[in-house]
Each structure stands twice: as C-alpha cells, then as structure tokens.
Unconditional design. Structure first.
Length: 245
C-alpha cells in the first residue's frame, strides 16, 4: 500500500522530468534549419503556457458551473428533470470536440477566448452528469435519517450528499480534465494556440520532429493532469467527513 501511495505521489514528478527531457531533446535535435526556427525553447514554452492556461481556466469554470448545477437538478423541485438532463448530457458527450470548436468558431470567430469558451463548454458535461448521478445514487433512507436528526437543507448538502457523492464527482472532474487537455490541442484550429500549434505546424511542413515534439508533450501533459487529479481525488475521498450528530 505504501508503495502504491509513493508511486502516485512521484508519478507526476516523473512525467514532468520526461517532459523536460523531451523538450531538450527535440530543441537540440530539430532535424533541420527550418524546424530549428520553430522548435526552440521560447516556442515550446509559449505553446505549453497557452495549453496550460486553456486547460486550467476552462476546468475551473466548468467545475464552478457544473457542480452547483448538478446539485440543483437533484433537488426535489427539479428531480423530475434530472433523468432528462442525464440523457441530454450523455447524448451531447458523443459530439466530437472538433465539432464543438467549429460551432463556437462560427459564432465567436477566431481567438484565444473562443478556444476557452469552447473548452469550457465541452468540459461541463462529464462533471454535470457525475454530480447528478452521484447525488441521485444516495439512498433516500440516509437523507431521511439526517432530516430526522434535525439537519437543515444546507447541512444535508455539504455534510451528507457531497461527501457521499465525492468519489463519483471527482471521477467526472478527472475525465473532464483529460478530455479538455486533448481537446485543447485542437484549439489551434480556431487560433487559440497551445501545443496543437506544434502538431499542426509539423504536419503542414512535413517535419516529424516538430510533430512528435507537440504530440509527445501533449500526451505527457494529459497523463500529468490525470495523475494530479487522481492524487487529489484520493486525498479528498480519504479526508471526507460525515457529521450527522
């Protein structure tokens, strides 16, 4: 068990080291003069910074919107529409991320803010679905017991429902973060930048070194995000508190 915990803690550090090694290798071995003009530390840092910004801002916005909305649709007044919301989110999740980016582009045009909005929109669904599903899965007997012990509406939400639903909610956030990281690579097509710039440039110029640098860094960043949220999930679940006394 200790070995597993140590592995989880050090896994993101290993991924960061691999990312640094990857960047250093390709910058020092660009594979030609033309590639060297694009594959340098300044360009790699620029695209990585844009990618990180896209993912973090869109994910924070998605969490702040989807978790409260997931709570709202499970309230007694709206419980009848909860299955409808769940079905709609399941259907909407089948829409490819590139299609979402294209639809948003037709309304907002090109730019970084357009990419942010599109990624935020695409990141909402897994969190909303899992928040709703996690709360709905709580047995009615538990809620009735809490009410019988004199707990008010707010206490039931924060001391009973959210702690019980936390593993499911965190799973949705984790999936959303990984999906968002991958979709952020496609945001380059609407002028939002990110590591996708390297991939698209490598394809356009037929320079495999640029293509591989962008692709490998995107994959490593996706695994890094997944590992960070995995550690956060394990920590929060282990620390969750139930207080009905």
């Amino acid at each position: 068990m200790q070995l597993k915990e140590d592995y989880n803690i050090y896994y993101p550090i290993i991924l960061v080291i691999l990312g640094i090694i990857t960047a250093v290798y390709f910058v020092n071995n660009p594979g030609g003069t033309m590639a060297a003009r694009l594959l340098n530390y300044k360009e790699v840092i620029r695209t990585l910074r844009q990618h990180i910004t896209l993912v973090i801002i869109s994910m924070v916005g998605a969490i702040l919107f989807s978790v409260p909305m997931g709570i709202i649709v499970t309230r007694p007044k709206f419980k009848s529409i909860a299955p409808v919301v769940d079905n709609l989110t399941n259907i909407a999740q089948t829409v490819p991320s590139l299609a979402v980016l294209a639809l948003v582009y037709t309304v907002l045009g090109l730019g970084f803010k357009t990419g942010l909005f599109a990624l935020w929109l695409y990141s909402l669904l897994p969190i909303l679905r899992n928040t709703s599903a996690g709360i709905q899965a709580i047995p009615d007997e538990i809620i009735e017991a809490a009410e019988g012990m004199g707990m008010n509406y707010t206490h039931i939400i924060f001391k009973i429902e959210l702690p019980l639903a936390l593993p499911v909610i965190m799973a949705g956030i984790r999936v959303s973060a990984v999906v968002c990281t991958g979709a952020a690579a496609l945001a380059t097509f609407i002028g939002a930048g990110g590591l996708g710039d390297l991939v698209v440039t490598g394809l356009a110029l037929s320079r495999n070194t640029i293509l591989l640098a962008g692709g490998i860094l995107t994959a490593l960043f996706g695994m890094f995000i997944d590992s960070i949220f995995g550690i956060l999930e394990a920590y929060l679940v282990s620390r969750r508190n139930f207080d009905i006394g």
